[in-house]
Design a binder for this molecule. Structure first.
Ligand SMILES: [Zn+2]
Length: 282
């Protein structure tokens, strides 16, 4: 090997090492970014609710859940192979909170439900809230009404269903379930979220989407009180189409404030009692 070729060879090895190192550094940076993305320990959803760890908030009756829904045409479809989603094709109305008006865009279903209610014994302690415990299993389905503002603020209303009478609202599109496939939606007219039984007792907190990319700063409302029902036959229809569970496990509270809202009444103690019995009798 001449001196010149030895020099070129050394230079070549040095350059390759440099490039490799840079590539590795880049990969490392990417993986750190990915890790951060997927393992956020911020305010994620869903969470487990305990009445006694929440902030109780009375509101004047007229300031209840401010929804203003209208009938609209929608596509009923299987989304990402794991949920039934109804996507509106025109304006289906709004949800307003704190002077922000969000447009209803779509709703979809989780079976089993994602938000859970804690059973006894309870401790208002973050670490403890993450541990698995026996939970009430009366709720069989959770529906998420997803709303968005033009500048992409997201608000979701969660509606829980118990087994019982057939649901009038679901009936409107439920018969189409066997026919819908991923990528081939069925169009249905006049789906009206106003037909849902939304309660005047509801829980609110800041959380996230419960599917990727788990975006945070989502304003959550979960209604409780007037439970909506779904018949065994209706539930089976969904289960036949989507046999797997599509719920995310509950996430730590991480110091969040969770509010239980109910209408104002002069007799505050009576309301507290009623609210407590909501979950006892559910
Ligand atoms: Zn959802």
């Amino acid at each position: 090997m001449t001196r010149a070729s030895a020099l070129i060879w050394t230079l070549g090895v040095f350059l390759s090492c440099l490039l490799l190192q840079q590539a590795h550094g880049f990969e490392l940076a990417q993986s750190v970014r990915r890790t951060r993305h997927h393992h956020s320990y911020g305010w994620q959803s869903p969470i487990e609710f305990d009445l006694r760890c929440m902030i109780w908030r009375n509101y004047p009756e007229y300031l209840g859940l401010q929804t203003d829904y209208t009938p609209a045409r929608a596509n009923v479809e299987i989304h990402h192979d794991d949920t039934l989603q109804v996507t509106f094709l025109s304006s289906a109305g709004t949800f307003t909170h704190n002077k922000i008006t969000y447009d209803l865009q779509q709703f979809h279903f989780h079976h089993p439900p994602e938000h859970t209610f804690r059973s006894y014994p309870y401790v208002c302690d973050d670490d403890d809230l993450t541990t698995q415990r026996p939970r009430r299993d009366e709720f069989v389905l959770e529906m998420h009404l997803v709303h968005q503002t033009p500048d992409a603020k997201i608000a979701v209303i969660g509606v829980l269903f118990k087994l019982g009478k057939p649901n009038r609202f679901l009936n409107k599109f439920w018969d189409f379930i066997p026919d819908v496939e991923e990528g081939s939606p069925v169009g249905v007219d006049d789906i009206d979220a106003a037909d849902l039984d939304l309660s005047d007792v509801f829980i609110q907190y800041m959380g996230s989407l419960t599917t990727t990319p788990y975006t945070e700063n989502v304003f959550w409302t979960v209604t409780c009180g007037n439970w909506n029902t779904i018949s065994k036959e209706q539930l089976e229809r969904l289960q036949n189409k989507l046999p797997g569970a599509n719920n995310r496990v509950t996430q730590p509270w991480n110091g969040r404030k969770v509010y239980l809202n109910f209408p104002y009444d002069d007799d505050d103690s009576k309301i507290r009692q009623d609210a407590s019995s909501l979950l006892q009798s559910s």
